[in-house]
Write a protein that binds this ligand. Structure first.
Ligand code: LIP
Length: 280
């Protein structure tokens, strides 16, 4: 860890700012969900990748607050992109103003504000705040992970065949079909599947032991930056994607995110490889 930056302090700031954005997300949601049909919302990468006023207003708030609290840092956000490339040793915030936007737009409660903090590509701290439940998940590298102040521990399961596994599906319909085909092949190999629609909360669910594992391909950095650290600090085995265009050293797909309880991580990865994860 960079000696000049205090992971605990950054964790505190990430919680504070994510909480403020979470309050705003709820305040805006009534207007967004009530007044407009989801079919009328603007989209990004595909016809189902919606963007709401909530996403935009929350990211603007996060950028404004970080500009005051951490003026020397740079920000990469889902809606506004990168304000600058980080210098060596410079703190970078990875912001998903609303992860689980489809849930948010449809009135489902599983969405979150996710703020990750990195230096030189290494995760230092992060927070995931759920506006509806008020739950606050956070971690600092080497200091453990918490849910509302309670220390988190990944599940102790050792049999992949009993694992409850969460996964996600891409906005791109062609990839979504390939992911669904993999899920169908895996369905008889693990205990059960969940699709919550919010990658950061999938990762937090691994941290809490609510699910035993999670995998997904094609996420953006802001979807996993905070949640991956929270899962790792809770003792889960975490595999992050490489840089764009990078190799696939373990056969899970260069773009794979995987987080799993330590007792099933290798077994789950083997099952995914054996059932054609490379095709996703
Ligand atoms: C979404 C996720 C969802 C995942 C999608 C997407 P967004 O993020 O968290 O669970 O399956 O691929 O990345 O667009 O709501 O921030």
């Amino acid at each position: 860890m960079n000696d000049q930056v205090d992971g605990r302090e950054l964790e505190k700031i990430s919680v504070e700012v994510a909480r403020e954005a979470a309050e705003l997300a709820l305040a805006v949601r009534d207007r967004v969900v009530g007044a407009r049909s989801v079919a009328d919302l603007p989209t990004k990468s595909s016809a189902t990748d919606v963007v709401t006023a909530g996403d935009e207003e929350c990211e603007a708030l996060v950028r404004e607050r970080l500009g005051v609290l951490r003026p020397g840092d740079v920000v990469l956000g889902e809606e506004g992109g990168a304000d600058a490339e980080p210098e060596p040793g410079q703190v970078r915030w990875i912001v998903d103003p609303i992860d689980g936007t489809v849930n948010y737009a449809h009135g489902l409660p599983w969405f979150a504000v996710s703020l990750g903090v990195e230096v030189d590509g290494r995760p230092l701290a992060g927070a995931v705040v759920e506006p509806v439940s008020g739950r606050v998940w956070s971690a600092a590298a080497g200091c453990g992970a918490q849910l509302d102040g309670r220390t988190l521990r990944a599940s102790a399961l050792e049999r992949p065949g009993l694992a409850v596994v969460s996964t996600g599906l891409a906005y791109d319909p062609a990839r979504r079909r390939r992911q669904a085909a993999l899920l169908a092949r895996m369905a008889g190999e693990v205990g059960d599947f969940r699709r919550q629609g919010c990658a950061s909360l999938d990762l937090c669910s691994v941290a809490a032991g609510w699910v035993d594992g999670y995998y997904e391909h094609g996420l953006n950095h802001w979807d996993w930056a905070a949640g991956a650290l929270i899962a790792e600090e809770a003792g889960a085995v975490v595999r992050r994607p490489g840089a764009p265009g990078s190799e696939d050293p373990d056969g899970l797909g260069a773009e794979a995110v995987l987080a799993a309880a330590p007792g099933i991580a290798a077994g789950l990865a083997d099952l995914l490889r054996a059932h054609g994860v490379a095709e996703v």
